[in-house]
Ligand binder design. Structure first.
Ligand SMILES: Cc1cc2nc3c(=O)[nH]c(=O)nc-3n(C[C@H](O)[C@H](O)[C@H](O)COP(=O)(O)OP(=O)(O)OC[C@H]3O[C@@H](n4cnc5c(N)ncnc54)[C@H](O)[C@@H]3O)c2cc1C
Length: 375
């Protein structure tokens, strides 16, 4: 079968790209090893934080603001609430690079930001206790995305624009010829003019073995867990999502939505894994529970009772910046990889950028920070 574009990996980035390409009139095929949204990759666990004043660097801000607009468009197109404006509280040591980047991003892009000392944070959210030299930077316009529902929404819209989505169809081979690309799964062979590779934690091996591109991409096991929390204080209308840089590590969390409890995870660390091998469940690795508990004991001491935890994967790249670029040898192949545990919020804008790269070779928002040239 012939297509204009084939997308390998219909997860966070690929499903959004499928929507934008199909909407532009491209005959689009999405292939996925599983049935997205699913719990085998990087997008499950119900929610993802979207922050605007970006601690990782102000170069991300125009991209995240575009992503936020596109999430609103997706809500309007589907009639579903996908974003909850809980606000996001960023916490760290006063004067740290993390806090400085948040403040400078908000100043440069005129983003609303309330900067509070430890006492002011406690006055506003009495569940949070901070050392005296910490500050809280609260972004009232940011919040949380319902990640699996976002992917489901893009899936339905992509199909309504004529995209074909084949699930449980793992790509086993890619051949690039002068005028077309040939993709093989176990069952079928497909042909297309162009290709998008958005294979999450599987990207490193796929790019190296099938597209002659060796990149320092790895996959890391991550854990996160829900804890009992008083609904009156910790529900999403009272309590913000949060992102803490502490000497022990970087932790993030979500207020309780629909009575599910407070969700907490650790961003840094984690063991490198092979994404094709089954991972140890939450609690099976020493430190899974203790790590989250020591964070909660220090900063959110009212939160004690663990409900349950889950595991997930981060596709990692050493500098933790994304790859969104065309293949250096093949201008008809676009790659989105290495989202390093902070990519979901951008996935609407990444999908649009991938579609733009395939259609015109360029994007209206600068992607040079995410270029393959840095390797
Ligand atoms: C616990 C956790 C918390 C996170 N928190 C946040 C957060 O708060 N905010 C935020 O912005 N980001 C967050 N992230 C990061 C974000 O979720 C990821 O960056 C994002 O989901 C990555 O998207 P992806 O499309 O690269 O991968 P995925 O969504 O995993 O999609 C990749 C897809 O490719 C498919 N695939 C792979 N190989 C093949 C093949 N050979 N053939 C066919 N299909 C294939 C897979 O089945 C999968 O569906 C978090 C991640 C985790 C794990």
């Amino acid at each position: 079968m012939n297509f204009d574009v084939i997308i390998i990996g219909a997860g966070s980035m690929g499903m959004a790209a499928g929507y934008f390409l199909a909407k532009s009139g491209k005959k689009t095929l999405l292939l996925d090893s599983f049935n997205p949204p699913h719990n085998k990759g990087s997008h499950h666990g119900e929610t993802r934080i979207i922050r605007h004043a970006y601690a990782e660097g102000e170069e991300y801000v125009p991209f995240v603001l575009r992503a936020q607009e596109l999430w609103t468009d997706l809500e309007q197109a589907t009639g579903k609430q996908l974003f909850l404006q809980t606000g996001v509280l960023n916490v760290g040591e006063e004067g740290s690079e993390f806090i400085r980047n948040i403040i400078s991003s908000s100043e440069k892009y005129s983003l609303p930001l309330d900067i509070m000392n430890a006492e002011e944070v406690y006055q506003r959210w009495p569940g949070i206790t901070l050392p005296g030299d910490y500050v809280g930077c609260f972004e009232p316009a940011s919040g949380i995305l319902k990640s699996e529902e976002c992917i489901q929404a893009y899936k339905e819209l992509a199909e309504s624009h004529g995209a074909t989505i084949l699930t449980n169809s793992r790509v086993q081979d890619i051949s690039v010829l002068a005028d077309r690309v040939i993709i093989k799964t176990d069952e079928e062979t497909f042909y297309s003019d162009a290709l998008v590779v958005s294979a999450g934690s599987w990207s490193g091996e796929l790019l190296s073995t099938m597209l002659d591109l060796d990149l320092p991409l790895t996959a890391v096991r991550k854990t996160f867990a829900w804890f009992d929390a008083d609904e009156n204080s910790y529900n999403h209308e009272q309590f913000p999502a949060f992102n803490f840089e502490t000497p022990e590590g970087i932790y993030y969390g979500f207020p309780s939505t629909d009575g599910c409890g407070l969700k907490v995870g650790r961003h840094d660390g984690g063991d490198e894994i092979n994404p094709d091998e089954s991972m140890q469940e939450f609690g099976e690795v020493a430190g899974d529970k203790e790590d989250l508990r020591q964070f909660l004991n220090g900063y959110l001491p009212e939160i004690q009772q663990l409900k349950y935890g889950k595991i997930c994967m981060y596709p990692m790249i050493p500098d933790e910046k994304f790859i969104i670029d065309l293949h250096p040898k093949y201008p008809n192949i676009a790659i989105a990889a290495g989202f390093s545990g902070h990519g979901f919020k951008f996935s609407s804008a990444v999908g649009q950028a991938l579609s733009n790269l395939i259609i015109s070779g360029k994007n209206d928002i600068d992607l040079s920070h995410f270029s393959l040239k840095r390797f």
